[in-house]
Design a protein around this ligand. Sequence first.
Ligand SMILES: Cc1cc2nc3c(=O)[nH]c(=O)nc-3n(C[C@H](O)[C@H](O)[C@H](O)COP(=O)(O)OP(=O)(O)OC[C@H]3O[C@@H](n4cnc5c(N)ncnc54)[C@H](O)[C@@H]3O)c2cc1C
Length: 346
Amino acid sequence: MSQALSKDMQIKTSVDLKPYNSLAISAVAEYFCSVNDIDQLRNALIFAHNNNLQITPIGGGSNIIIASDLAGLVLHINLLGVEVISSDADAIKIRFAAGENWHSMVTYCLDNGWYGLENLALIPGDIGAAPIQNIGAYGVELCDFVYSVEVIERATGNLKKLSVADCEFGYRTSVFKQAAKDCYIITAVTLTLSKHPKTNTDYPSLRASIDSDHPSPQDIFQAVCHIRRNKLPDPKDIPNVGSFFKNPIVTKEVADRLAQDYPELPIYAYSQSQCKLAAAWLIEHCGFKGCRKGDVGVHSKQALVLVNYQGDGAAVLALAEEIQSKVLQIFAIELHVEPRIYGNLI
Ligand SMILES: Cc1cc2nc3c(=O)[nH]c(=O)nc-3n(C[C@H](O)[C@H](O)[C@H](O)COP(=O)(O)OP(=O)(O)OC[C@H]3O[C@@H](n4cnc5c(N)ncnc54)[C@H](O)[C@@H]3O)c2cc1C
C-alpha cells in the first residue's frame, strides 16, 4: 500500500488503554487511533505499514488481556451503521458495521421482531469481534446466523466479503483465529434472522429458569439477561474477560474414563467421536472457585471467570497457569485460554 496519511487521521502516541481493556490497569499503547470510516481505517493501515508498526485491533476490549505496554498501533474499530440488505415475509438480512455494540443490536433486532439472537443477549463487546471467536451462549452460536463477514485485508487494504463457509467457524474459533489470524480487520457482519419466533431452550440452566412451556423470544431474552446478571461479574465493576478457558473437547474414550472416576462431571456430546467437558467443574473441583491470590482471583459464582481486583495482566496470567497445571495434574486435561493475550510477559 502506498498513499499519504490524510489530514483527518488522529494517530496519538502514548495513550492509556484502561477504558478499552478489562484486565490491564495501566497499559499504554505506543500509538492509538479510533477509526470511524473505511478511509480512516485504510490510512491507519498505511501509517502502520510505513512505520513498520504491528497492529492491535480492538472493539470493546472485553476479550483481550494486555500483559504489558503495547508496541505498535492500537486500532479502535469504531465503524457504525445498520442497513437492511433484504427482507421478505420470513426473514431479514441485516448488515451491522463492526463498531456497533453487540447487546444493543440484539435488543434492536428483538424489538423489531427479528428473531434468533436472544440467547446471545448481554455478551459484552462489539459486532466486529463477534466472528473472531464465534461468540456463543446458552446453546446458540453466532455462526447460526452469519450470512457474510466483510473485511479489509491488512496487507493490501483491499475489501473482501467472506461467506459463512469461508469463516470456518467452530467452537469459540474461526478462520480469524486460525489460518487467517492477523490477516484482516472485520468491517461489517451481515446476519440472517427469522421473522417467525423461534426459541432454543435446550441449554439446561436456561430451561430451568423459564416457567412457560412455550416461551416467547422475549421470555428467553429476559431469562438470559437475568441469569447473566446474577452469575457473571460486570467488567465495569470487577474487570474480567468472561470465560477465561474454553471447555475442553476430548475423545469419547477420555470422556468415558472421566465419567467413571468423576460421575458428577458435566459432559456434553460435541460430535460423533468427541465430547465437551465443563471446564468450570474441573476448576471448581481443584478448589479454585472463589479463591483470591493477591490482587486477582476466581469469581465466587463462576469458576471459569478470573477476576482482576487491582492486579495486572501478568498477575492474571500467573493465576491462569496455576489453574492449568493443577487441572492437568488431577484430570490429565489441558485447558486452553479463550481470550487473546497481547504484549510481552517479562
Ligand atoms: C462478563 C463477560 C461475559 C462474556 N460472555 C461471553 C459469552 O457468553 N460468550 C462468548 O462467546 N464470549 C463471551 N465473552 C467474551 C467477549 O464478550 C466476546 O469475545 C466479544 O466478542 C468481544 O468483543 P470486544 O468488542 O470486546 O472484542 P475485543 O476484546 O476488543 O477483541 C477481541 C479480539 O478480537 C479482535 N478484534 C476486535 N475487533 C476486531 C475487528 N473489527 N476486526 C478484527 N479483529 C478484531 C481483537 O484484536 C481481539 O483479538 C464475555 C466477556 C465478558 C467480559
